[in-house]
Structures are given as C-alpha cells and as structure tokens.
Design a protein around this ligand. Structure first.
Ligand code: KE4
Length: 420
C-alpha cells in the first residue's frame, strides 16, 4: 500500500486520518506522506521514496533520526522494564542533569508532553500566586489545554481558526491575548489587571507562526513588568530548549523566567515534557504543596533514557556551531536565489530553525505571518517534496537543520529550490 491508500484507510478509524491535525496537510493540500523508517537525515516512505527530512518530527530530532547511541540505550532500558510507576534512580540522575544544564531550574517535574508541561506550569502559577488570569501572545502555541487554545498558533492556523470549539468561555475569560513583540500592549493590560495576573507565558523565540524572533527589549520588558506586578513569567521552551545551546534560551541570554517548560529535544524522540523553576515555587506541587499534578508514565524509564542520552550527547558534542553554520548557509542561499529570481519571499533563520516567509517584509507577529502568501508556500512545499526534501507541511511552522545534516544536504536543498 502507498501513502494515499494508507490515508484512505486511516480516515475510517482515526479522525481526519491523523493523530495530530497539522499532519493532515491542510496547510499545503495533497495527501500526507506516510513514513516507514528514518536514519540520520533520511526517511523512507510508504511510496518507496527516500526524503531528506527538515521537519525532524517538529523539533525533537536535533541529532537526526534513530541516532545509534539513543536507540541502543532505549533498547537496553526497555529490556529491563518498560515502566514501573515507581521511583527510579534514572529519573533522579536526569533531573540532576537538567538542573545542572539549566541553573535557573532548581527543581524540575517530568511529564509526557509539552502540553502537559505547560498546563501544569500554568496551574502551578495560579496556585502559587492565588491569581486566575494569564496573558499569552497571539500566534504562540502552548499545547492544547483549554485555556491556551485562544489565539493559538501551529495547527490551529492551518485549520483557519485560532481558538477551538469545546473550550468553555469560563476558561478563556481568564486569558488576555496580546500581539507578539508588543510590550506596550502587555503593559496596558497589567496597568488595569496587574494584580489579577498569575502568569505571562511566551515562546522566547516564537515557532508556531513561523520563526519569529523577539525584538530588542521585548523579553526583558516582560521580565520587568511581571516582576513589578507579582505575576510569574513562564518561558515556554518546548521548541527553544536545547535548540541553540545545551541549555535554555533564557539561560543563554541571561534572562531568568520564574518557570520554564520543556519538551521535544529533552525526550530525544520519546514522549517527555518537563517544567521547572525556583524551589520555592516548585514546592507548591503535590505531594509537598496544594497544587495537584500527576502522571502514570511521568519519568518513564525508557523515555528518560532516550532524553538523558540525547542531552549528554548535546552537552559533550555541542553540535550548535555546526548547526548554525548550516542553517545560515541554507537561509542565505534561499535569500540569494529569491533575489536573483525575484521571488516574493525571505527566509528567517536562527541556529537550525528556519522558515521561508512568502513576503519580502520582515515578520514580527501573527498578523505579519498571516499576510504571507500561503499558496506560494504550498507550491514551495510540494516542489521540494517532489525533489526529495520534506519540510513542515505548514507555513506557520519552523523547519529544522539537525546535527546529522551536512553541507552536501544543504547544497542539494538549494539546488532543488533553485528550480522553483
Ligand atoms: P506537545 O504537547 O505537542 O508535546 O507540545 C505542545 C507545545 C508546547 N509549546 C510549544 C512552544 C510547542 O511548539 C508545542 C508543540 N509544537 C507543535 C508544532 N509546532 C507540535 C506539532 C503537533 O501539534 O503535531
């Protein structure tokens, strides 16, 4: 069977044929590609084709597919037991590694997804401050817990809506939404509601409306404004964490949020999320404190083994300069070709993250991103796919260069792009 046949069969038993909406190709049209296997930068599909992958499972695969050391430790750990629902030495060693690499995290709690990490961090912020309301940013996506599905990014943008049915108004009444990079808008909300705000949550570098970097002073301003009114600042680093260095982006720029959420890379491809911060906040969590949070597979040994090995490899090999050089080569190449061919696009890039935006003007927020030509993005996506390159099937996502990519992969990508 090929991808089209699998997709037809899947739609009979899985809503939309997918286990996550953004995989449905609504943003680009056509039939989703079915992956069969992956190794390094290459994936084999159910159509008998081989693709060079620049989506990397939406971010976890900074070391590429099926890195030997990670697969080996997963196999070994699994042979000793898949889950215990009891404490293990490994989860303690993992927590020690995370809190060593992220000094701002005095304590950390493991969960099984980024959504769970953010949902738990928001509940903790509300419990710690005794306040209810939160501020988020238009186009930032923080997983699918009810109160964060307001003006969200990622898959909610390819479905045409940025809020979701089924979310009770009671949940969203407590959410203020400001444009990303608009510090004045946040200050205006805090002027009236500052003493009601439990937390401001932000993607320090936004990755769910395409790659949108913070303008100078934006994050620093959020830190100052939240400290002033007693709200907690939450950096959602599910994409950013361990992306540009073997730590958080907040630590890299010397900005300390009150809580940080993590996911993707820290699981090395297995289901893990985490949230952490100062001990005095984290100790509000059950069983020590009144904020309840739990999970059957939290700290699961197999997932922890994959994450631990991944972070150890990132700490020891530090592939970040190589990834930055390759990312820049790719973005500079796309921008050069766009200039030469008069294509209406520019490529944003930071480290291994990149997004070709189909408009010339810079993109600083969701309105800018939505003003891009999504039809042109779809044409780009399918052109690259037909030439053997897999990029995210949505213009509102970030593509990823990994440590497994080579200069040859980048140049081959650019050669194909040049044929647009
Ligand atoms: P998960 O629950 O999908 O592990 O993480 C939610 C999440 C939280 N915070 C940020 C900044 C995120 O980017 C995400 C999830 N990212 C999307 C893609 N940008 C996951 C892809 C999908 O939904 O299938």
């Amino acid at each position: 069977m090929n991808s089209a046949q699998w997709f037809e069969r899947a739609q009979k038993v899985i809503p939309g044929g997918v286990n996550s909406p953004v995989r449905a190709f609504n943003g680009v049209g056509g039939t989703p590609v079915y992956f069969k296997s992956g190794k390094g930068v290459k994936v084999q599909t159910e159509d008998g084709t081989e693709l060079i992958d620049f989506c990397g499972s939406w971010g976890p695969l900074i070391l590429g597919h099926a890195r030997d050391e990670v697969v080996d430790v997963v196999a070994k750990t699994a042979a000793d037991g898949l889950t215990f629902g009891a404490n293990t030495a490994l989860e303690t060693e993992f927590a020690e590694l995370i809190t060593t690499l992220i000094p701002e995290m005095e304590m950390v709690r493991l969960v099984s997804s980024g959504t769970e990490a953010v949902m738990s961090a928001i509940r903790l912020a509300r419990g710690y401050t005794g306040r209810r309301k939160i501020i988020k940013f238009d186009g930032c996506y923080h997983g699918h817990s009810d109160y964060l599905l307001v003006a969200a990014g990622s898959g909610l943008l390819t479905g045409g809506s940025t809020s979701s049915a089924g979310v009770s108004p009671a949940a969203t009444e407590e959410v203020f939404v400001a444009p990303y990079n608009d510090l004045a808008a946040v200050q205006k909300i805090l002027k009236t509601h500052g003493d009601e705000i439990a937390a401001v949550i932000v993607e320090p570098i936004a990755g769910n409306m395409g790659l949108v970097e913070p303008v100078a002073g934006f994050l620093e301003g959020l830190r100052e404004a939240t400290a002033e009114c007693g709200a907690l600042l939450i950096f959602d680093e599910v994409i950013n964490g361990f992306r540009l260095g073997a730590t958080t982006f907040g630590h890299t720029i010397g900005l300390e949020p009150d809580l940080t959420t993590l996911g993707k890379i820290i699981g090395g491809g297995m289901p893990i999320g985490a949230f952490g911060g100062r001990a005095e906040i984290m100790k509000q969590l059950a069983p020590l404190g009144p904020v309840y949070q739990a999970g059957t597979l939290s700290g699961n040994p197999v997932a922890v083994a994959a994450g631990m090995k991944t972070l150890e490899l990132l700490r020891d090999e530090s592939p970040y300069l190589k990834i930055e050089i390759l990312g820049k080569r790719l973005a500079d190449g796309i921008n050069r070709i766009a200039e030469e061919k008069g294509l209406n696009l520019h490529c944003a890039q930071r480290g291994g993250m990149f997004t070709p935006f189909f408009r010339k003007e810079a993109v600083h927020n969701l309105d800018d991103s939505k003003a891009c030509d999504q039809k042109a993005h779809a044409t780009y996506f399918h052109h690259m796919l037909n030439h053997g390159f897999y990029t995210p099937p949505s213009g509102f996502e970030v593509a990823f260069v990994s440590a497994a990519h080579t200069t040859e992969d980048i140049d081959a990508f650019l050669e194909a792009f040049e044929k647009m």
